[in-house]
Design a protein. Structure first.
Length: 237
C-alpha cells in the first residue's frame, strides 16, 4: 500500500471518549461534579483537600472498570491507520488529551498521553509513576522515597506542564497530515498544535461535532465514532 501522507499526527480530545460513554464530569456551569475546577484539578486543591481530590478521581477510575465501557469505532480506526502507516514505512503519532485507557484497549501503540493516565499514581517528589487501577486513598504512599510520600493521581492539573511536549512538537514539525478529533483546541499548549502543523506545511483537518476554528484546511462535522472511520478509510483507499 502507498500512503499519500508519510508522517501523520493525530490529536484526540473528550469527544472521542464521549462516544464510548465516558462522562466528562463537567457540567454546563463549568463545575466538575459540583466542584470548582481549581478544587479538584490543581496542586493547590490537592494540598488543601486531598481526600476530596482522591475521591473525585476514584469515581473516574471506577468508570473505566465498567464492563459496558468499550472503545468505539473511532478508537479502532486510529489503531488500524497506525498499523497501515507503519507498514508502509511512514510515521504515526497519536497525542491524546484524554486520561482514560480506550486508545490502549483499541490497540494504539504510538500514543502520547499528554495529560497523564487515570490508571496511574504519581509520587509528587520523585515524579515516579506506577500502575494503579483501584481506589487511591489517603495513606497510599510511594516506595521510592524515604520518608515515603502520599501518592496523587498521575494527571496533569491546571498550572502544570503537559507531558512529552518536546516529543509532541517534534512530531508536529515533521507532520504532513495533522488531524484533531473531538477537541475544541482552545486551551494551550494543544491550541498551538494546528499552528505548528500549518507552519510545517501539513494538511490540517478538524473532525468534531461542529467547527471550532478557521485555522484548519478542512473541517468535517459529526460524532467521532462515525466520521473518524470514514475519514481514515477514504485516506487509506
Amino acid at each position: 500500500m502507498t500512503l499519500k501522507y508519510k508522517n501523520i499526527v493525530v490529536l484526540t480530545g473528550a469527544g472521542i471518549s464521549a462516544d464510548s460513554g465516558i462522562s466528562t464530569f463537567r457540567g454546563q456551569d463549568g463545575l466538575w461534579e459540583n466542584h470548582r475546577i481549581q478544587d479538584v484539578a490543581s496542586p493547590e486543591g490537592f494540598a488543601e483537600n486531598p481526600e476530596l481530590v482522591l475521591s473525585f478521581y476514584n469515581l473516574r477510575r471506577e468508570q473505566l472498570l465498567d464492563s459496558e465501557l468499550k472503545p468505539n469505532p473511532g478508537h479502532y480506526a486510529l489503531a488500524e491507520v497506525e498499523l497501515a502507516c507503519l507498514a508502509a514505512g511512514g510515521q504515526f503519532t497519536l497525542i491524546s488529551q484524554n486520561v482514560d485507557n480506550l486508545h490502549q484497549r483499541a490497540g494504539s501503540q504510538r500514543l502520547i498521553s499528554m495529560h497523564g493516565q487515570l490508571q496511574s499514581a504519581l509520587c509528587p517528589a520523585s515524579g515516579q509513576a506506577i500502575d494503579w487501577t483501584g481506589p487511591l486513598n489517603l495513606g497510599d504512599k510511594c516506595n521510592c522515597c524515604q520518608p515515603s510520600n502520599q501518592l496523587r493521581p498521575d494527571i496533569v492539573w491546571f498550572g502544570e506542564v503537559p507531558y512529552y511536549m518536546g516529543e509532541c512538537m517534534e512530531a508536529l514539525e515533521n507532520a504532513d497530515l495533522f488531524v484533531a478529533i473531538g477537541t475544541s483546541g482552545q486551551v494551550y499548549p494543544a491550541a498551538g498544535f494546528v499552528d505548528a502543523a500549518n507552519a510545517a506545511g501539513a494538511r490540517t483537518v478538524e473532525l468534531n461535532l461542529e467547527k471550532t476554528s478557521h485555522d484548519f484546511d478542512e473541517a468535517i462535522e459529526g460524532s467521532a465514532a462515525e466520521v473518524v472511520p470514514d475519514f481514515f478509510e477514504n485516506l487509506l483507499a
